[in-house]
Design a protein around this ligand. Structure first.
Ligand code: SF4
Length: 84
């Protein structure tokens, strides 16, 4: 098992492999522009704590990330500087 973490959303079609991208297909259903990269509500998930001060994601948890974006997408560079 593991924890899913979509820290930002949005991507750009860069290759033939992106032709049938599910992100674009799903966003089209909601008339959402997939080219716009935005921070998600779970952006700071790895540094969140519960009321007792424990990390919400414990050390050693396998993290699955960027299901709806590219981790290295340029627009996210400014987000990488944010503390959370
Ligand atoms: S999410 Fe993957 S398939 Fe979709 S546009 Fe980005 S890189 Fe291409």
């Amino acid at each position: 098992m593991g924890e899913m973490w979509n820290l930002w959303h949005g991507c750009h079609k860069k290759s033939e492999g992106c032709q049938h991208c599910y992100v674009y297909r799903r966003n089209a259903e909601f008339e959402k522009d997939s080219n716009v990269v935005t921070k998600t509500a779970s952006f700071n998930l790895p540094i969140r704590r519960d009321r007792q001060g424990n990390w919400k994601v414990s050390s050693g948890t396998l993290m699955w990330t960027c299901f709806t974006s590219d981790f290295f997408i340029e627009e996210a560079d400014e987000l990488r500087e944010e503390p959370g």
